[in-house]
Write a protein that binds this ligand. Structure first.
Ligand SMILES: [Zn+2]
Length: 293
């Protein structure tokens, strides 16, 4: 089955953003997820300095299995990032399911996100990104949405109680049919809980819709659907291998494909951070950065 182009034309862009005439491309930041390939095995702080030296702007700190960074370290790393002018974000651990049939799994998931928020705050991170949920047999899509929304509302309360305002909460667009996180779900979640930001992973979207991103307009439509009030937008990008609407693995960046996003961004959303998740990390990110110079 190939759904092909035009799949995104149904997206409702009730209040499209006005095209921006002169985009300050300096507000479009490009960085990578995790430690640079060139510094394998080294610390996050060393990675930050390296990225700054090669002209990149951002790093997403990856808590893959658990939040292993101590608060003291996070404060130090945050200081290094501020001096090096590298924007930080945090990716929460992957084992998260806010719509599980098992209440303990939901509680553990919320704790992992809370801890990620605490570390993100200590780091001075702009956003904590997480994979929200899987659809369970027991629940309809609507019930799944309500479970995710309830958990997100609780997380916003947690942030508010701790007066954490700088570090936002971001729900990622996900690349498998079994996962919560379509464009429509993220749009609705943001509308109903304005404190929750969508994190647009274009590789995941491309996989999920069986390769529907072909033109600048395709990218622009997604940006117009998901960015409200000219908010800063956090983006993940890479090439992607997929089949039957499911991601298989991340691939190096196809620069022709990236140019479509770069053009759409310049016309629609100048305030953006793009995190490169390709296997070539900083090598691809450096090429992506050239589109905004
Ligand atoms: Zn992710």
């Amino acid at each position: 089955m190939h759904l092909g182009a035009g799949r995104l034309t149904h997206l409702s862009t009730a209040s499209p953003l006005k095209p921006i005439d002169a985009c300050m491309t300096s507000m479009i930041k490009v960085g990578i997820a995790g430690v640079p390939l060139a510094l394998k095995g080294k610390s996050t702080g060393e990675g930050i300095v390296y990225l700054s030296n090669i002209g990149l702007d951002a790093l997403e700190v990856e808590f893959v299995r658990r939040v292993s960074m101590k608060e003291e370290t996070a404060l130090e790393v945050g200081e290094v990032a501020r001096k090096a002018k590298i924007d930080l974000s945090v990716h929460a651990p992957y084992m998260i399911n806010l719509a599980s049939e098992d209440p303990k799994i939901i509680a553990d998931s919320i704790n992992r996100i809370r801890l990620s928020v605490d570390r993100g705050h200590a780091l001075g991170a702009r956003i904590v990104v997480f994979h929200a949920a899987y659809y369970a047999k027991k629940y309809t899509k609507e019930e799944t949405f309500e479970l995710v929304k309830d958990a997100c509302a609780g997380l916003l309360d947690y942030k508010r109680d701790r007066r954490i305002t700088q570090t936002l909460l971001g729900v990622e667009l996900l690349g498998r049919q079994s996962q919560f996180g379509t464009v429509e779900e993220l749009q609705r979640l943001q509308r109903e809980l304005p404190g929750i930001r969508p994190v647009i992973d274009f590789a995941h979207l491309h996989a999920r819709c069986n390769g529907c991103l072909h033109t600048v307009e395709d990218y622009a439509r997604v940006l117009q659907t998901l960015i409200s009030n000219r908010n800063h937008v956090h983006i993940h990008f890479s090439g992607i291998e997929f089949s039957k609407g499911n991601e298989r693995r991340h691939l190096p960046v196809d620069l022709n494909q990236f140019k479509l996003l770069a053009d759409a961004l310049k016309q629609n959303a100048c305030d953006a951070t793009i995190i490169c998740e390709s296997p070539l990390l900083e090598q691809d990110a450096a090429k992506m950065k050239l589109f905004f110079k």
